[in-house]
Write a protein that binds this ligand. Sequence first.
Ligand code: NDP
Length: 254
Amino acid sequence: MPESVLVTGANRGLGLELVKQLLRKEEKPPKVLLATCRDPQGPWAQELRALASTHPNLVILQLEVTDPASVQSAAKEAESHLGGQGLNLLVNNAGVMPACTLESATTKGMLDVYNVNLVGPMLVTKAFLPLLKRAAQASPDTALSCAKAAIVNMSTFLSSIEKVPVMYHSTPAISYRCSKAVLNMLTKLQSMGYKEDGILCTALHPGWVKTDMGTEEADLTVEESVAGILGVICGLSEKHHGALVTWEGKALPW
Ligand code: NDP
């Protein structure tokens, strides 16, 4: 298990459940769990604040993924909590999925979604890279793993170009699908760029999950999805590096 973890968009949905299940890990909960959200003092972070009040290893950081100043200051604050050990696992979870069809798509709509779902993870990863490198260097392990250093980019089944015919009519989500398909490309590029540094990079589909984004009609509860996700993350290895995998550990085609 990673000794330190950072999750973006951790105040609700999958991000919040990741935090809850990481804190509940009986064997080895993270020594430092950094949960980021846009408004740590606001009403949407109430549950996160309650968890932090009873778990000294949980630190809440302000982080708006589209704001470089916010990303930089979160990285600086994170460093002060990590005690020189670096960061083992970065989960780029924050994301948005507005309704968008081929007819309704606009320049602003496309760029806004790209900004959160693609540019955000790129900026966050760049800012936390020195901490990921530090963790990788400090690790005695030679093989890639989440205990050494890893980046998990939250992707989706809807990003798969091969699978577009399966759900095109039910969920066009043009801006979202395009942004996540390019996030997959970023993941592959990161896997090439950071391999020498010992940092594992994977894109992950969490399943269709009952959250504000997934809606009540979704297949999975957040508890089910996150239990699967954490199992997959703990078992990540070389073969998942630069790949798109599901919450059940199966490969998804690009
Ligand atoms: P939710 O809509 O429930 O939560 C989204 C989270 O992202 C919130 O914490 C939100 O913060 C945060 N966020 C949104 N925009 C920004 C921003 N600009 N800066 C920082 N944080 C931001 O989504 P889910 O939990 O369902 O989804 C989490 C991830 O999983 C996403 O990347 C999504 O694409 C992916 N996913 C989800 C699926 C599902 O079925 N639910 C299926 C496939 C993929 P705030 O509260 O401030 O808005």
